[in-house]
Write a protein that binds this ligand. Sequence first.
Ligand code: GTP
Ligand code: MG
Length: 427
Amino acid sequence: MASRGAVREMDRKVRALPLSGHVGLDALPDQLVNKSLGQGFCFNLLCVGETGIGKSTLMNTLFSTDFENLESPHFEPRGKLRARTYGLRENGVQLKLTIVSTIGFGDQMNQQDSYQPIVDYVDAQFESFLQEELKIKRSLHNYHDSRVHVCLYFIAPSGHSLKSLDLVTMKKLDRKVNVIPVIAKSDTISRAELHSFKMKIMSELVSSGVQIYQFPTDDETVAGINGVMNGHLPFAVVGSTEAINVGNKLVRGRQYPWGVVQVENGSHCDFVKLREMLISVNMNDLREQTHARHYELYRRCRLQEMGFRDTEPNRKPASLHQTYTARRQEYLREFHGVEEEMKQMFVQKVKRTEAELKDAEEELQFRFERMKRLHQQEKKRLEEKRRILEEDMNSFNKMRAAVELLQAPSFSTAGKKDKDHKNSGFL
Ligand code: GTP
Ligand code: MG
C-alpha cells in the first residue's frame, strides 16, 4: 500500500479538470458507506495483562455489555490465550468483535513462557491470512480476518516503574501489532503519583526502544484531537459496569466508603479518552495500520524466506515468473543432489551388507571345514581303537582256545586214575 506522502506526490502529477455538469461523483462516499454498512465491520482486540488486572471488566465497560467471563487460574505452566467472537450492533452498524485475552500471563518463572504464546498467536493470524492470499481460489471477501488490530497492554498500578516482563513483551509485540498501554485499576493510585508514573512509563518505553501506537496526526480532521491524546498516553483506566446513583443520575463507577469513582468522568480517569480514541476516532486507522504496516512486514519477511525477491542481485526487477523458475530450478538442483546422495548411500549400504554376508559365509565355511576335519580325525581314532580292540579280542580268543586245549587231556587222565583206584579194593 502506498504511503500518504507518495499518494500526495502522485496527486500532484494528475491534471485537475473542471466539470461542466453534475456527473454523480459526490455519491461515491455514499456507495462506500452503504457497502460497509451491509458488510459490517470486524475488529480484533488483544488484552495482555496479568491475572485479575481488570481485562474483562474493562471490555465489558468499553462495549457496554456483559461478555462471558471466566476467572483465570494462576497455575498455567505456559501462558495461554482465549479468543471469543461476538456480534454487536448499534444504530444499524454491525461489528464482529473478537476479544483475545491472556490467561495466566506473568505467572510463569520464565518470561519467555509468558510472552511467546502471544507472539505465536499474532503470527499465526498473519500466517493464515497470507495462506488465504496465496491460494489460487481466494475467498478474502468472506474470510474471517482474525489479525489482531490492537493490543491493549495492561500495566499494574504500582506507581513505581514498568516490570521487565512488560518491557520485553511490548518490545516483542511492537513490530507486529498496534500496542496501546493502559494503566489498569488507576483508581488505586493518587493523582500526583499517577502523573509521575505516566511520565516514568513513557521515558522507560522510549529508552527501551518500544514503539507504541501513536494516534495519527496526518489526517486534518482528527490531527488536533489525536495530537492531544498522544500526550495523555498511557491512559489511566477504571473499569466497572455497576450503575451508581450520583446526584440523581445513574453513572457507571466504583463505590468506595469515601465516594464514587466515575468511569466516564474525565477528571477521575482516562476511560472516555480510551473509548473515543479506540472506537470512534481511530478504529479504522488501527485496521489499516495492521494491514499496511504490520501484516506487510510479516508478509515481506515470509515471502523472502520462501525465496521471493522484487529485484535480482544485479538490481533488475525480478518478475514472479522468474523468481518461481529460479526457485524451482534451485529446488530441483537440491532435489537431485539429495537423490544422488541417497542413491550413493544405498549403494554403499548394499556393498557393506554384501561384504558382511560374504564374511559371514566364509566364517561358516571355515567352521564347517574345521568340524569336518575334527569329525574325520575322531572317526580315524575310533577305527584305530576298534582295530586294536578286535586284535585284543582275537588274541584273547586264541588264548582261551589254547587254555581249553590244555585243560582237556588232564581231565581224561584223572578219570582213569579214579577207576584204577576203585578196582584195587579201596571201596
Ligand atoms: P482474569 O481474566 O482472571 O485474568 O482477570 P481479569 O484481568 O479479566 O480481571 P477482572 O476484570 O475479572 O477483574 C478482577 C477484579 O478486579 C474484579 O474483582 C474486578 O471488580 C476488579 N477490577 C476490575 N477493574 C477494576 C478497576 O478499574 N479498579 C479496581 N479497583 N478494581 C477493578
Ligand atoms: Mg478475565
